[in-house]
Design a protein around this ligand. Structure first.
Ligand code: G6P
Length: 614
């Protein structure tokens, strides 16, 4: 999704802005641009495609300036062309914008009547012209920006510079993330702190409605659309630059798949002693847990699949009703907000627009009705909006996830969800001590089981060759492995572009069986659990129609290789944690198929890592 980088310094910041954009590439984009102020002129370059194209252009033109803004664009309004790329310019004003200006049509026609000529199809261009118009009646760039922000409807983050005001960089946050990087005698802005890590680890997080005025030596923030001065704290991060490097791996996705043992170890270590939950784990949430009768999970994409598994766990393990819903549906269907409910948002980024909006809407409705609810974020980014806006949070300690297809974020979400449910079960006395001890032991063992599962990589690579020419694929699982079937299908389609569907195996005969012929690969997730015999019957149904089976099965499940049945033995695992382990082979399968098909594994077409617009 779109990315913003900007800065004001004594030195030339052209390379810093480009490096920042490169660090945002993982989010997905289709064009890039930058504008620098030099000698009271705006120097702008924009290019379709990768940041490297922009970098070459900037080098050729010897772009140089101590203040500027840069952008990667993920097209929403208007095709990915150079004219639609940011920054947009109106006279002496240059603007980069993330998000959507919902009322741009109305503003555009007003501005056209005033004589402004629009050159792009974007919603963003109105902002540049509005500010240019406001500069006629306002003494400073800040005042001009402050006057136009209330006109804009929608979600946006803005970076603004003006050729005649080379000492002022203006930043606006309203619904799209924006952070200020604090350097020594220099300041930067970005939609993601990751872009700025090579130059600083000190950040100020803007809140919704903030407008910031940055000079080389000062930062002034005003809340409520710039009306009231406010001090926001500067936070120091310990994240290091090396986290965002591929190291010895060919792709971030592969690196992140292999990081899962460590990521899970870190995530569980914050909660567990040798054989129990630590007393201080989620201690701030104990009263909330005592006061809930059910859980409602809200999430998108892969995080939603994690939520689906938690529903099985919550109801089977601690007898607590649990609903899970896609945030983009939840937020618009006027759901009844229920008293004594824990609302859990699951999100890698903590900035997904639909999940955030669903959370805020829930909080507002609960407040209006005087309901007693609690909110919680399960999130990988400690500084994110979701973490800041919920009553409680549980961090997944996966480290930065760069590949658009989520891997380690997903399995750490599952680990965190299990920890959360163990804690709730303990607080509400719905969990036998022996069961708690058993699951804690299995969680500690999980990183080792993942390592053993990763040993099957070469075998999975060989199987992936049989998928390369396929057009379609089915994934089947039962119980907690039904969501893994959905996740496997999502992974395959998003990075290899093969059409894939995940189904609960019991649903096979209600439709998808009609698709099965000898061209259809069917992936089966077969841990050794109570549903195994039923799953074996489903496999027979596929084979009887000529389908080719690819089975990830427990080594003791009694499923053997035979003609058109390829079996990869997965180490035996406690059935409660099987979905964590069975995620690994489907991730590897999708990865290898995508590599063999030559797609852009880390940045698949049309997709974004952090979806900050609806
Ligand atoms: C995008 C990403 C997915 C992710 C989803 C939800 O679609 O490509 O990998 O699962 O957003 O993101 P979140 O950050 O809320 O988990």
């Amino acid at each position: 999704m779109c990315g913003i980088v900007g800065g004001i310094a004594e030195r030339n910041i052209s390379d810093i802005l480009i490096e920042g954009l490169k660090r945002l590439e993982y989010r997905g984009y289709d064009s890039a641009g930058l504008a620098l102020i030099n000698n009271k002129n705006i120097l702008r370059e924009r290019r379709v495609g990768k940041v490297i194209n922009l970098e070459e252009a900037a080098k050729e033109q010897h772009l140089n300036g101590h203040i500027g803004i840069a952008h990667t664009r993920w097209a929403t309004h208007g095709k990915p062309t150079e004219t639609n790329a940011h920054p947009h310019i109106s006279g002496k004003v240059a603007v980069v914008h993330n998000g959507i200006i919902e009322n741009y049509v109305e503003i555009k026609s007003e501005l056209e009547q005033l004589g402004y000529i629009f050159v792009s199809q974007t919603d963003s261009e109105v902002v540049a012209h509005l500010i240019a118009e406001a500069m006629k009646t306002h003494p400073t760039l800040f005042n001009a920006v402050q006057s136009i922000v209330p006109r804009l409807k929608g979600a946006f983050a803005l970076g603004i510079v003006h050729a005649d005001h080379p000492e002022d960089l203006i930043a606006v946050r309203e619904g799209s993330p924006l952070v200020i990087g604090v350097g020594i005698g220099e300041h930067f802005i970005s939609s993601d702190q990751l872009a700025l890590l090579p130059i600083t680890n000190r950040f100020i997080y803007l809140e919704e409605g903030d407008i910031a005025h940055l000079t080389r030596t000062s930062v002034e923030i005003f809340k409520n659309h710039g009306k009231e001065r406010i001090e926001r704290p500067t936070k120091e991060l310990d994240a290091t630059v090396s986290h965002a490097s591929k190291g010895e791996y060919k792709h971030f996705m592969l690196k992140e798949i292999y990081e899962q043992p460590e990521a899970i170890q870190q995530t569980i270590a914050q909660a567990l002693n040798d054989n129990a939950l630590r007393d201080d784990f989620l201690s701030d949430a104990v009263t909330s847990f005592q006061n809930i009768d059910q859980i409602q999970i809200i999430a998108c994409g892969t995080s939603y699949h994690a939520g689906m598994i938690a529903k099985y766990w919550a109801e089977q393990l601690i007898d607590l009703p649990c609903q899970v819903e896609i945030a983009s549906e939840f937020r618009y269907r006027s759901p009844v907000i229920i008293d004594r409910t824990l609302y859990v948002c699951i999100s890698q980024s903590g900035e997904t627009a639909d999940t955030l909006a669903a959370l805020r809407d829930t909080q507002k409705r609960a407040k209006d009705k005087g309901l007693n609810i609690s909110t919680m974020a399960i999130c990988n980014v400690p500084t994110s909006s979701m973490v800041r806006e919920t009553d409680h949070h549980l961090l997944t300690l996966a480290g930065p996830e760069i590949g658009v297809a989520s891997t380690k974020a997903f399995t750490t979400q599952l680990s965190a969800l299990m920890l959360l449910l163990l804690k709730i079960g303990q607080v509400k006395k719905r969990l036998a001590e022996s069961q708690l001890t058993e699951i804690v032991a299995s969680l500690w063992h999980c990183p080792k089981v993942i390592l053993d599962t990763l040993q099957h990589n070469a075998e999975i690579l060989r199987l992936s060759e049989l998928f390369v020419e396929k057009q379609h694929c089915l994934f089947l699982g039962r119980g907690t492995n039904y969501p893994i079937a959905l996740e496997g299908a999502l992974k395959l389609k998003e990075i290899s572009y093969i059409h894939a569907e995940g189904y609960a195996a019991g649903e096979l005969k209600h439709g998808p069986l009609a698709l099965v012929d000898n061209e259809m690969p069917v992936v089966i997730l077969a841990p050794k659990d109570d549903m195994l015999d039923k799953l074996k019957s489903n496999m027979e149904e596929v084979q009887a129609r000529g389908g080719e089976l690819f089975v990830f099965a427990d080594e003791h499940s009694g499923i053997a290789n035979k003609e058109r049945q390829h079996v990869v033995d997965i180490p035996t695992v406690n059935p409660w944690l099987a979905p964590i382990i069975y995620s690994i082979p489907v991730q590897l399968l999708s990865y290898h198929v995508a590599v063999l098909r030559g797609t852009d594994v880390d940045q698949p077409r049309n997709l974004a890592k952090s979806v900050t617009v609806e």
